[in-house]
Design a protein around this ligand. Structure first.
Ligand SMILES: O=C[C@H](O)[C@H](O)[C@H](O)COP(=O)(O)O
Length: 293
């Protein structure tokens, strides 16, 4: 994906959707070049979800709030398309909204798009949070944390009245653990990692669990919260009941958060190769719609 930036005027030349503000605004708007392949599926999902949940007519349901809408912005490679679509609506529409990030990356995206940053301590109730996922099962349980952001992501998702997932079609599974081989990310405080790793390997059904190592740094990945991450591919049988895995693992002292999000998402949007988007909702309904271009 190539991302650049320009003023909103130039962005309109880049083909903004109907309803976008065409006023000359000196606000940098990220331009995501039209992608292909998997990136195109991510974009379809993200654009369609934004069009359904973040519109000018959507007003915050928190009466005391002084803002129009409070939006949580997740992390990962699908989320830039979420921010891109929001920025396309223009400065005027966005000036009444506040955006709460789930980590360093989404904070940067919000700032680069000229959107207003908020934090969850100031906005403990969020209208809608849109985030990616590593895998989604048929009941909308999720594996998250491939980017080591799942602690803050869970806080921002829990704070939201509506939590929506956006992903490409590869993430759409019957059961968790089918299409995401690294397993469940577990954030741990550094001094406890050895004990937690050993417990997860020996008694919790993830013998191949590993400490996640950094790529362009010697040593382990360090999260935005200064912690380590263990990746635990739990045995198939265990993953048939992700809520139990979550409960058991979270009780291990030293575990900060587990990248299993159970019974939280209201809907999941999956971008498909044919340009459609499959929407699966928590009430069990499934719909296929034409993806937003
Ligand atoms: O920690 C990272 C997050 O949970 C991401 O939302 C997740 O890894 C999905 O990322 P992507 O959109 O890049 O597949």
């Amino acid at each position: 994906m190539q991302v650049g930036s320009a003023t909103a005027g130039a962005a309109s030349e880049a083909g903004l959707g109907a309803g976008a503000s065409l006023k000359q605004e000196a606000v940098p708007v990220p331009i995501v070049q039209k992608p292909s392949g998997i990136e195109s599926s991510k974009r379809l999902a993200a654009y369609t979800a934004v069009d359904h949940y973040i519109k000018p007519e959507h007003r915050t349901s928190f009466q005391s709030s002084r803002v129009d809408q409070i939006v949580g912005i997740g992390s990962g490679s699908t989320v830039p398309y979420v921010v891109d679509r929001i920025a396309q609506q223009g400065k005027e529409v966005n000036q009444g909204r506040v955006f709460v990030p789930t980590g360093f990356q989404s904070r940067q995206l919000i700032v680069a798009a000229g959107l207003t940053l908020g934090d969850v301590d100031e906005y403990p109730s969020i209208d809608v949070t849109i985030d990616g996922a590593d895998e989604v099962d048929r009941e909308l349980n999720l594996i998250k944390g491939g980017g080591a952001c799942h602690l803050r992501e869970k806080v921002i998702a829990e704070a939201a009245e509506t939590f929506v997932v956006v992903a490409d079609y590869r993430k759409n599974s019957e059961f968790l653990g089918t299409n995401y081989p690294p397993g469940v990310p577990i954030e741990v405080v550094p001094f406890a990692y050895g004990k937690v790793l050993s417990a997860v390997q020996k008694t919790f059904g993830a013998p191949k669990a590993t400490l996640r190592m950094a790529v362009k740094k010697a040593g382990p990945v360090v999260t935005d919260n200064g912690n380590f991450v263990i990746d635990a591919p739990f045995e198939r049988e265990k993953m048939l009941d992700p809520a139990s895995v979550l409960k058991q693992t979270k009780l291990l002292t030293g575990v900060v958060e587990v990248g299993l999000f159970c019974n939280m998402a209201k809907a999941a949007y999956f971008g498909n190769e044919d340009g459609t988007v499959t929407i699966r909702r928590a009430d069990g309904t499934v719909e296929e719609v034409a993806g937003a271009a």
